[in-house]
Write a protein that binds this ligand. Structure first.
Ligand code: KDO
Length: 341
């Protein structure tokens, strides 16, 4: 990718596009797809176009074009142009959106026992993540999501391992070194708690505002997986990456039950298969990227440091275990997650 000095989006442009896209999708798209007898599949994501979990939606669309030709009208809206980050589950429940990636943080807002998946240093690595979410623990979670959020999970995807990314270079060995650092987090209390557990001063900000926040200095740091640091170009406006690996992050490809329940068995299996193909495409590319991006960022002049991971793990785990979140975790779930191999 060629480095550029301009941000990938501006908030005003995104908002303007958002209103136009929203009006189009809600009024015209709905009727057009209905008139042609196709199922409208409106997708909304905050992801930037170059990110793997944005590109995977094209994989899904192309697959459906092949396997269920003329049956779905897939409309992909990137950069939070249709719904703002975190608003997707509500839009899906209200019938204004059919598909999105939802995070464990979105789920925890409504299904509090699953805040366990928002806790740092619980999931060990991508293989552990897939075993947990493609096994019985995942099935229990998806049942709750369907009942309480009216969303069917079609596939978990690996979003990447979250690392710290700082505007200015500084020594970061333990959480104490992050005291007073304004660490941007997405805007929900579960995310802010993670920032606090890391020892920083969490500052809520939508994903689309992060580039500018780093460039102007309204925030000192952000956390995201390495592939996203590259696709959203955060490396252009930061000097250091500290490999805390504090959250092996998952997103779930979800479909609104209103749409899901209107499909026949064959359409359901084709849509699920397309979602799984999209997930594999994302997972493979992300994991490959994570292996080689440290060298890339160093070549771009960033310093990439390794902190005392044990110190981070102990502090973050203790913060969660002492929190009210842990009180809602079903008995034995943490042990079952730890025992999943
Ligand atoms: C972010 O805002 O930091 C985050 O990484 C949170 C994720 O849950 C997800 O919403 C992601 O942004 C977006 O998909 C943009 O990559």
């Amino acid at each position: 990718m060629t480095p550029s000095s301009s941000p990938p989006t501006t908030p005003t442009a995104v908002r303007r596009r958002g209103w136009l896209a929203l009006a189009g999708a809600l009024c015209l798209g709905d009727r057009a797809a209905w008139a042609q007898g196709r199922h409208l599949l409106r997708i909304s994501t905050p992801a930037v176009p170059d990110d793997w979990h944005a590109r995977m939606w094209t994989v899904l669309r192309e697959q459906l074009d092949k396997s269920a030709s003329g049956q779905f009208d897939v409309q992909i809206n990137l950069n939070a142009a249709l719904f703002k980050q975190g608003a997707e589950p509500v839009a899906m429940a209200r019938g204004n959106l059919e598909m999105a990636t939802i995070s464990a943080f979105d789920i925890a807002k409504l299904v509090s026992e699953f805040s366990i998946f928002t806790a740092g240093y619980v999931i060990r690595d991508p293989a552990h993540l897939m075993k947990v979410f493609n096994g019985p623990i995942g099935d229990e979670l998806y049942k709750q999501v369907s009942e309480k959020m009216d969303i069917t999970v079609l596939a978990p995807i690996y979003y990447g391992t979250r690392q710290l990314n700082l505007r200015d270079a500084r020594k970061v060995s333990t959480p104490a070194d992050l005291k007073g650092v304004k660490l941007r987090m997405p805007g929900s209390k579960e995310w802010l708690f993670l920032g606090e557990a890391l020892g920083a001063t969490p500052t809520p900000l939508a994903f689309g505002e992060v580039y500018l926040g780093l460039r102007t200095g309204t925030i000192d740091a952000q956390d995201n997986p390495l592939p996203t640091l590259k696709s959203a170009k955060f490396y252009e406006v930061t000097k250091q990456i500290t490999l805390t690996g504090h959250l092996v992050d998952v997103l779930f490809i979800g479909v609104a039950n209103k749409l899901w329940n209107s499909l026949g068995a064959e359409q359901k299996s084709k849509l699920r298969a397309a979602a799984q193909m999209a997930a594999s495409y994302n997972n493979e590319n992300r994991m490959a990227d994570e292996k080689q991006l440290v060298d890339y960022f160093r070549s771009q002049g960033l310093s990439v440091t390794t902190p005392d991971i044990d110190a981070f793990r102990k502090t973050v785990q203790a913060a969660y275990l002492q929190s009210d979140y842990a009180k809602t975790w079903p008995k034995g779930l943490l042990e079952r997650i730890n025992a999943t191999r």
